[in-house]
Write a protein that binds this ligand. Sequence first.
Ligand SMILES: *[C@@H]1O[C@H](CO)[C@@H](O)[C@H](O)[C@H]1NC(C)=O
Ligand SMILES: *[C@@H]1O[C@H](CO)[C@@H](O)[C@H](O)[C@H]1NC(C)=O
Length: 204
Amino acid sequence: MAALEGFLVASFLLSCLTSTSYGVSFSSLQKTIVVSASHQQGKVLKAGEDKITVAWSYNNSFPAGTDSAYKTVKLKLCYAPISQQDRAWRKTEDNLEKDKTCLHNIASRPYSHSNNNISWTVERDVPTATYFIRVYAYNSADEEVAYGQNTDAHKTTNLFQVEAVSGRHASLDIASVCFSAFSVVSLIGFFSLEKRKAKSSQQK
Ligand SMILES: *[C@@H]1O[C@H](CO)[C@@H](O)[C@H](O)[C@H]1NC(C)=O
Ligand SMILES: *[C@@H]1O[C@H](CO)[C@@H](O)[C@H](O)[C@H]1NC(C)=O
C-alpha cells in the first residue's frame, strides 16, 4: 500500500516537473541586435490606422560569427513600465516563458545580418498604452538566443503611445453587429409568417 502511495506521489511530482518546462532567462541573452523604430515624433499612433517602421540589424561591435546560430527573429510590441503598473497580466519576468512584457507579435522573419526593416500598421486589437519594440533572435530549436530593443535597459527612451480603436469605430462596429442580428431575426420572422400563411391557406 505504502509502495503504491509512494509511486503515485513520485509520478505526480515527476509530471509537475516535466510540465514546468524550462524557459530561457532574459538576463542570459546578449543584446546583439540594434533596433530602431520610426514614426512621426510625438504623435500618438492610432490602432488600425497608423504605421510604424522597425529596422534591425546585427551590432558589428560583437565578434563576427556570434550570430551563426541565429535562425529566425520575432518582432514584438512590449509594454513600457508605466503601462505595467498595477497590471499583473503584463508583468515582466526574467523567465521568458512567463514574461508578459511583450504580448503582441508584430512579425517573424528568417534571420538576416543587416538592412532589415518592415512597416507595420498597428493592429486593431492593440490596447491604449505606452510601448517599445523588442526583437528576439531564435536558434534552430526555437529558443531565444539574443535580443535588441529600441529603448534603453530601463525602458525609458524612445517609447511611443498607441491609442486603441476609437469610440467612433467601436460604435460603428456595434451598429453593424446589431444591424446584422436584426436582419437575421427579420428573415426568420418573414419565413415563419410565410409558413403560417401557407398552412392557413391549406386548411381552407
Ligand atoms: C553595440 O554594442 C556595443 C557593445 O555592447 C555597445 O556599446 C553599442 O552601444 C552597441 N551599438 C548600438 C548602436 O546599439
Ligand atoms: C529596408 O529593406 C530593404 C529591403 O527590404 C533594403 O533594401 C533597405 O536597405 C532597408 N533599409 C534600411 C534603412 O535598413
